[in-house]
Design a protein around this ligand. Sequence first.
Ligand code: CP
Ligand code: NVA
Length: 288
Amino acid sequence: MRHLLEIDDLSGAEISRVLDLSEVRDPPQVLAGKGMALVFEKPSARTRNSMEMAVVQLGGHPVYIQGDEVKMGVRETVDDVARTLASYHAAIGARVFEHEKVEGLAAANVAPVVNLLSDAAHPMQALADLLTLRQEWGGELAGRTVAYVGDANNVARSLALAAGLVGVKVRVGSPPGYQFSDTDLDRIRSVGTDVSVYDRPGEAVEGADAVYTDVWVSMGQEAEADERGRAFEGWSIDSELMAGVAPGGVFLHCLPAHRGDEVAAEVIDGVASRVWPQAANRMHAARG
Ligand code: CP
Ligand code: NVA
């Protein structure tokens, strides 16, 4: 049984196949008569809706479950929740605080588990990101460069791994204290990613074909908001910063976005922004 806990659970060839399947608008009804359990311990606009609609488009029935309803690890063990949900569903998706919880669901090995965002990873986002870039770049990803500027978080980690698996170079710029750890970089490099790290945003975006950012304060980090706000001062993606990208360079953001913090309105709402096709691609990539 296979699980998708982080994007490197797929090979580069498998990611390309998923992206090909994402373009199929009349998919085989592989989930006909089957269910998918979708457990959310955190809020979601894109992930819940894109996953639910992808399951419907594959002929299946999604069941949304609030984290508080099942209380994994509190009301009963993660393993018992996995066994219960697998009795009714063909697959389990989960959005959790601790990555160990999706690992726990997968360890039960009773249904394929898809990570719908944990503190460590966001693989479903990375698939949509690659799909968006592949469409932008005329079907060819290899040899391009994406610059991630901001918190080296779950989204950044999955993006860097995904990019490397399909031959996209990665430039990462983050302020001190919010950079990838050596362990992160080792793992990112272990899949073949050509990754370089910068401590100034201007250096990170230099010549990149795409610039990507995410929130400074992820879900669950709200108590650090003031401290993070100070650390990320000067790290907003504005049009001056975008002037340093390659001709035709685009802007991506997984959303939700905070205009005036990690990105200026002029960029996210400007001509280089591809955030709306990117958000729409969450559903197509999920179906793939
Ligand atoms: N990008 C993303 O995962 O958005 P949601 O948190 O709204 O699902
Ligand atoms: N890094 C953000 C991504 C939201 C889609 C978070 O974890 O809250």
